[in-house]
Design a protein around this ligand. Structure first.
Ligand SMILES: [Fe+2]
Ligand SMILES: [Fe+2]
Length: 525
């Protein structure tokens, strides 16, 4: 017989271990590992040969982890998903009974148990050749006394003889205590996972909203995010070259992913018509329509002037008709020139700007008032030499980077994500310090931000269509531009060389094909 001081020592020792287990469980953030650990510790604690852990999901229990030392059978968790049917919530199984009643169940011998007739263990024995004797089923109850699952332990072994013995009352109360701690740990992990999933989907909804604002760049953010991850994974697997020693851990990968999803968040404040300004005169609509209407009016007024002169009966110069024909012809040519100038495809030469100014300097009469052929603002827009944006509009677009930084600064990122704002905010920075918005230099730009900068430009140049570009730019031209950006000291050479060597640019075609096959929804991870 064990003396009392020895048993008090045992209890103290077990309580100390229970406490240690509780602490260990509370720091485990991977649910699969946590569930495995709970069952393992509960078995160690009671020297149970086998055990099963169930979670309550809706109106049934699911098998999550099963361990059996004698059969050397380990399933669920890190050993892969268990292919077992769910257990209904009724009193016909040990786990069901425990979940329904909320009471622990301690059975000395399942075969000679007079009160409960559980067929499950016997069926299991028939299938496996195992001999289940004693079972301890304990509910896992969280801080609100809600049952979230069941721990079922089988066949505790005597520490000296190795024989199967019944679970003691002390075993039961200690396992009940462990199960409560386990429930709290499970709930914590679930809560963190739910919060992360919520944040993730919020980030993606925002990104989708920004992407959807432009029919031309739709899906840009999603593609940039996927490309950035492809480059990061490639850095992790590459062993040679300057990037060989660089490794991103899970948290850093996640940080880059979120940063990529958020990099253009500031575009939410960019006026819609600037985002994709298709023509130089475009605001909410293309003002070339106004110019056309005005020129039609000018044409009419020239014709009216001609008719008025004809009806006065006064002698007309010999070249009267030709002069008016010439004026109408010149007007038509001017309009055709303005229509061409309005499209941003071609570079405007000095002579073009002189002609624009000449046209704008002419006047016509409307409502008794002299009016210019072109307003000041129309002239300014048509004089844009390259592209469709004025300086101010270009600045508005560029402002999205500083707006991204401003917006991200307001989000209380967790410690694991605290590099998201500097990574996302630096995607238009250049290594030589000539980028925006902060003009950061190479040593202030992280590798993650360099990846983002490269894939952002690559994706933008590879767009299928743009308002000012009739055809997609050929791949070799895109890559040549990237190379030039490297040579100029804008983009990271190592990342670019990896991009070429590993043919990471081909990933974009895969991503586009996938997106075309299944248009993204905000539910996608
Ligand atoms: Fe951007
Ligand atoms: Fe971007």
């Amino acid at each position: 017989m064990v003396d009392q001081s020895q048993s008090a020592f045992d209890l103290e020792d077990r309580l100390r271990r229970l406490n240690e287990i509780g602490v260990a469980l509370s720091v485990e953030h991977n649910l699969t590992v946590l569930l495995e650990r709970i069952l393992l510790e509960a078995r160690r604690f009671t020297r149970a040969d086998a055990g099963t852990l169930f979670l309550l999901k809706g109106d049934h229990l699911t098998f999550e982890i099963a361990q059996n030392d004698t059969l050397k059978s380990f399933a669920g968790g890190t050993h892969g998903k268990m292919d077992m049917p769910p257990v209904p919530l009724n009193k016909e199984s040990v786990s069901g009974y425990v979940a329904v009643t909320g009471q622990a169940l301690n059975i000395e011998d399942v075969y000679s148990e007079p009160v409960y007739r559980f067929e499950g263990p016997k069926n299991y024995d028939r299938m496996t050749g195992y001999r289940t004797r004693s079972i301890l089923g304990v509910p896992m109850k969280d801080h609100e006394d809600q049952i979230i699952g069941v721990v079922q332990l089988i066949n505790p072994l005597h520490p000296l003889t190795g024989e199967v013995v019944p679970f003691s009352a002390q075993d039961q109360s200690l396992i009940q205590s462990l199960a409560s701690q386990a429930a709290v740990a499970i709930n914590n992990v679930r809560l963190i996972a739910e919060t992360e999933a919520l944040f993730d989907s919020f980030v993606q909804v925002m990104a989708t909203a920004i992407d959807e604002r432009s029919p031309y760049t739709g899906g840009h953010i999603r593609r940039v995010a996927e490309m950035a991850m492809a480059v990061a994974h490639s850095i992790n697997t590459c062993q040679e070259g300057p990037l060989g020693p660089r490794q991103f851990d899970e948290d850093q990968l996640n940080e880059l992913r979120i940063a990529a999803w958020m990099h253009d968040i500031g575009k939410i404040t960019t006026p819609e018509w600037v985002v994709d300004k298709p023509t130089k005169l475009h605001t909410l609509f293309d003002r070339i329509e106004l110019v056309r209407t005005r020129f039609a009016l000018i044409e009419k007024s020239i014709q009216l002037e001609r008719l008025e002169k004809q009806v006065t009966g006064q002698p007309l110069p010999a070249d009267f008709a030709e002069e008016y024909e010439r004026r109408l012809q010149a007007l038509a040519e001017d309009l055709a020139f303005l229509e061409r100038a309005n499209t941003p495809g071609e570079f405007m030469q000095d002579a073009d700007l002189v002609r624009l100014n000449q046209i704008a300097g002419q006047t016509y009469v409307e409502g008794g008032q002299q009016r210019p052929y072109l307003s000041e603002n129309e002239l300014k827009n048509l004089c844009i030499r390259k592209g469709s944006l004025t300086q101010e509009e270009r600045q508005k677009i560029n402002d999205h980077a500083s707006m991204s930084i401003k917006m991200l600064a307001q989000i209380p990122f967790t410690r694991k994500l605290n590099q998201v704002p500097p990574i996302a905010g630096a995607h238009h920075e250049k290594l030589d310090g000539s980028g925006y918005p902060l003009g950061l230099k190479a040593d202030q730009i992280s590798l993650q931000a360099r990846i983002l900068a490269l894939v952002d430009i690559f994706e933008s140049l590879s767009a299928d269509d743009r308002p000012y570009r009739a055809k997609p730019m050929p791949r070799e031209v895109v890559l040549r531009i990237l190379k030039e950006e490297v040579e100029r000291g804008y983009l990271d050479r190592d990342v670019f060389e990896l991009f070429i060597r590993e043919e990471l640019y081909l990933k974009l075609d895969e991503i586009k094909a996938r997106m075309a096959a299944a248009p993204p929804t905000s539910q996608d991870a």
